[in-house]
Design a protein around this ligand. Sequence first.
Ligand code: RTP
Ligand code: MG
Length: 143
Amino acid sequence: MNATAPQRTLVLVKPDGVRRRLSGEVLRRIEAKGYTLVAAELRVAPTELLEEHYAEHAGKPFLPALVEFMHSGPVLAAVVEGYRVIEGFRSLAGATDPTVAAPGTIRGDLAHDVGSPLIENVVHGSDSPESAAREIALWFPSL
Ligand code: RTP
Ligand code: MG
């Protein structure tokens, strides 16, 4: 299916990825794919922002640990632009569980099960146009 207009998506290099010095590798893969970086910022996200970001997971048992983990160090937040980039970045990222994420993907190549109940998988990417619009407004209100 061809797209008629470029999209934007929110990408996060999560604290595990930043700690492991993978921010550059993630940005390299995004740019090598041909997508355009529109904004990027390294920061420790406030827990209120993270709770809002993960509002779809409200009430799930892993949410408190996820918010704590996401607040445990800086994240690299980026807005990335391109035709069908929302779907395209999810494809670059690979499956949520890094053990089964396909080799060649960010999670398949760069993450593994660390034995924690919380899945550590290096990156986040918006999962739909609605999520992308909501998340970009949350992380980059000036865009
Ligand atoms: P993301 O939102 O981070 O791009 O990841 P995703 O769509 O592939 O996965 P999602 O279902 O939205 O879950 C968000 C993040 O929460 C952690 N998680 N842990 N222990 C668990 O069962 C569990 N489930 C989710 C992961 O870090 C996941 O990326
Ligand atoms: Mg998600």
